[in-house]
Design a protein around this ligand. Sequence first.
Ligand code: SF4
Length: 376
Amino acid sequence: GQCATVCPVGAITEINEIDKVWAALEDDDRHVIVQTAPSIQATLGEEFGMETGTIVTGKMVAALKRMGFDKVFSTDFAADLTILEEGSEFLKKLNGEGELPHITSCCPGWVKFAEHNFPDLLKHLSSAKSPMQMFSALGKTYYPDQTGVDPEKIYTVAVMPCTAKKFEKDREEINGSDFKDTDAVLTTREFARMIKEMGINFNKLPEEDFDALMGKSTGAGTIFGTTGGVAEAAVRTVKEKLTGEPLERLDLGFRGINKAEVRIGDRLIKVGIANGLGNASKILEQVRKGESDLDFIEVMACPHGCVGGGGQPRPATNEKKEKRGSGLSNIDDSSKIRKSHENPQIIKLYEEFLGEPLGGESHHLLHTKYKARPKN
Ligand code: SF4
């Protein structure tokens, strides 16, 4: 598959799931819900001749509704949830419970690479599931709990930037509901092909809104789709929870490796990012040798993060990837709510269903494990 050049999961071949999704949409007994990853809104427009970096959130939602999805939701909502779980985990580690540096785990290309090549460091990886998997676990538990829809009938589709997400959904240990959490993953290009198959005139679509319950996100959730975004979103919430003070910009993006320091109370927290697996290996070798002073490390397998994913529109030059990333940063800058812990739908989710971050229900639905695999 095209993923092989950017991520280590060379064994993954692109499985065309378009037919599976059409069949689910045509089946009256199925209740089909869809989530779209943060980066998709900044890349999909290119498939319809729009300028790189154009944000098409509203048209994307309108297209999904016309395709027949029963509910159209946003992975960005679950990205905010990942921040609450992962931020709480990082806080515990800062307090001496668990080992620093804390390393992100929302990129399945990176997780699989770590399992093969850095099994000794897996204890540093966040146990928080990726936003896609958190969303799907809730799609078959919280969503039916709130709506009365029979969970057996629910079919969950995720529109994602890469084929590594197809591998992730089939990991044995990933399911949290009593069902298969994510039923189908479509890449951006596959999704665009479906819109074209339907004969939808994408450019003429009106702007529509995500459905309630799991559709609202903050600027922090949106920047998950670009490099540096996860680290920035996490530190934003951790700093404010500890000190009550807002975070100034970290501006870590658009470099293969970068570092920043943040004062949180009386501590200086060192944050690093690596995108591209060569860069990740450099940082992880330092951690392995005890030569790294970083506290928090964000790793993305693809250069520029998910805006540079293998399932995104082609061709994708570095310049294009930067424009896509800037599109997401612009959404963050203009968002009224820019901190994950202030997302009203996330607050409601904890109040009415999950309890608290890292609590029993969260642990069961939203966290996972990793395992050493043979070196490749
Ligand atoms: Fe997929 Fe994003 Fe990881 Fe690339 S960086 S492999 S697009 S999750």
